[in-house]
Design a binder for this molecule. Structure first.
Ligand SMILES: [Zn+2]
Length: 456
């Protein structure tokens, strides 16, 4: 038995506890209460106290692309032109990065998450093995979603589906049960209607989790409704047989059967009232990525309204190419502030609700709320400690406010997954961070010159 205690314990599923403690039995939480209660009842347990800190559930980042971490900052000059950004990203990933580059990139991303208190990722991988190996190497919890290739042509839907399943079946998540395998059809405009239907049927039949980028940009909306814009040109260029459905993104996902699989919908920035009713009514979930949306100028997703409708919403950083940091405290802060800008007169997102989005909300979005996302007996001991010892974090009047409005990733001093401390005070003994740093520099030099050539 082990006891972790701190000035504040935030179970998230219940009110904060001053001078609180968590009792851990092996991999799981056995009890949560005041330090006095827990230590008195368990005098034999090993006890560690985090003075001037809060213990919180580990963050759940429910929408990431760990394999792209080494491209951080590379395409910032294309942020204003999302289709061009996506095309350049796809070219560089396919033509410049080696398998080892992508693997190291994913490990670097997972490590960044661990050091910022993330204990669980919903990660999307075009080369799924990289994200999977990264989660295993860093020992994090998560769902690895194998992404589809560019596959918008109905004529090849069956072959595309078979190729996808072959990749999925090659992914070995190991014996621990810490990682589940899901599928990510990339978006409504890069996956054919028939392939979307095949994936949805498969997901429902096998209980496989799915996630899809949806209603992210105005360009996507124009393409779906009228068949015009950048991607229409790409489809023509490659002779793709793709017809615009003439409807909005979420409605289209309803029509193709995807919503029946209760998918995790990433973004939902551009949705109307009827679509949000469809999301709520179908039991679909939303990965809210406010910083990524803002960086591309895609707008502010209707967080308050989704929550009002009872939709399960988690937070995602999206990739490091579009954020450019994995900092769930910053993401939660941004989510709360952006919602207040968008809807100041409806639900006013409070710090406690923002913290919930970054933890239990993410777990719900991934369907993992039974095992992680809050500090409750029976759940895995996935815990982060956030320090308020810096004078710049003082004083702490309200612990939720101190976390969401005054803290950031660097304030995380300990991260634990299933009762195992994986990160403490800057150090992470099971990962060779120096090697990763060298690899990131080496990859950066190569992708930088490749990008210059592509632009020339
Ligand atoms: Zn994404």
């Amino acid at each position: 038995m082990m006891i972790l205690s701190a000035d504040h314990v935030l179970p998230v599923a219940s009110d904060p506890i001053s001078d609180g403690a968590v009792l851990i039995d092996g991999e799981t939480i056995a009890a949560v209460g005041t330090r006095a209660e827990i230590t008195h009842a368990n005098p034999e347990a090993v006890h560690e106290h985090f003075a001037g800190a809060a213990l919180i559930p580990g963050f759940v980042n429910c929408h990431s692309h760990l394999e792209l971490t080494a491209l951080r900052g590379l395409l910032d000059d294309l942020d204003h032109d999302f289709p061009a950004w996506l095309l350049r990203l796809t070219e560089i990933r396919a033509e410049v990065l080696s398998d080892q580059d992508i693997l190291d990139s994913a490990v670097a991303g997972a490590l960044e998450g661990l050091k910022s208190g993330v204990t669980c990722f919903g990660d999307i991988g075009r080369w799924g093995r990289a994200g999977l190996e990264a989660l295993k190497t860093v020992r994090l919890r998560g769902v690895l979603f194998q992404e589809t290739e560019f596959s918008p042509d109905n004529r090849t839907a069956r072959d595309d589906f078979d190729a996808l399943l072959e990749k999925v079946s090659a992914l070995d998540c190991g014996p621990a049960g810490r990682i589940a395998i899901g599928i990510s059809p990339h978006s409504p405009y890069t996956v054919s209607a028939d392939l979307l239907g095949l994936i949805a049927d498969h997901a429902i039949a096998t209980g496989t989790k799915i996630t899809i980028h949806a209603a992210e940009s105005d360009a996507e909306q124009v393409l779906l409704e009228s068949g015009e814009g950048f991607f229409a040109g790409v489809f023509r260029k490659y002779g793709v047989d793709w017809k615009p459905p003439g409807t909005r993104a979420v409605r289209y996902l309803e029509d193709t059967g995807v919503l029946r699989a209760k998918p995790l919908l990433a973004h939902c920035t551009n949705t109307d009232e009827e679509e949000r009713e469809l999301i709520a009514g179908s039991g679909s979930r939303v990965a809210h990525c406010p910083k990524s949306n803002a960086k591309f100028g895609h707008g502010i997703a209707p967080l308050s309204d989704l929550l009002e409708k009872g939709v399960k919403v988690g937070l995602g950083t999206d990739s490091m190419v579009s954020n450019n940091v994995c900092d769930l405290l910053e993401e939660a802060r941004f989510a709360a502030l952006a919602a207040r800008i968008r809807d100041p007169e409806s639900r006013f997102i409070q710090p406690a609700e923002a913290l919930r989005l970054a933890t239990l909300g993410g777990a719900e979005a991934l369907g993992l709320e039974g095992v992680t996302g809050s500090l409750e007996p029976g759940k895995y001991a996935d815990i982060a400690a956030v320090s308020f010892r810096e004078v710049s974090r003082m004083p702490v009047h309200d612990v939720n406010s101190a976390l969401i409005f005054a803290s950031r990733a660097n304030d995380v001093v300990m991260t634990m997954v299933a009762g195992e401390v994986l990160y403490r005070e800057g150090s992470c003994s099971h990962i060779d961070e120096g090697r990763l740093a060298s690899r990131m520099k080496e990859i950066a030099a190569r992708v930088g010159s490749a990008k210059t050539e592509l632009q020339g």
